[in-house]
Design a binder for this molecule. Sequence first.
Ligand code: SME
Length: 161
Amino acid sequence: MFDFAPAANADKAALYDDLLSAADALTAGEPDAIANMANISALIWQFLPDLNWAGFYRMVGDELVLGPFQGRTACIRIPLGKGVCGTAAARRETQRVEDVHAFPGHIACDAASASEIVVPVIINGRVVAVFDLDSPTAARFEKADQTGLEALIARIGSRLA
Ligand code: SME
């Protein structure tokens, strides 16, 4: 069992510091990317409030394929450049979307989703996956969330490939 309890009233930066340490400890020494994606999804799902989906799509060939996640069942394959996930993978940069209904080509897996953030996992110059978080609240993801999630993926990304 992994024991992790962030301070209940921590600010976002402190919460993400704690999550980064927890993610590092959870994946240290474990070479299986799928197992690590599963635990990171579960960690984020448990400790970040106001989410309705958290998980990974893996780059397989030239498209994204559903990986470990928490939340409702989701679409399985996303072509590069399509939706928020495919855009993050194609542009190789985080997509932080305050209103998914205003994002051209957004793929609605869960009608409840209102905002979304997708962070690409880039290893040795190659996009190997994207980490996707959805929220039922518009503009749920702030710059502090992007900074925290990008730092987390930078730390453990090599364990997701
Ligand atoms: N909304 C995403 C699809 C994946 S689901 O949110 C789980 C997109 O537009 O790429």
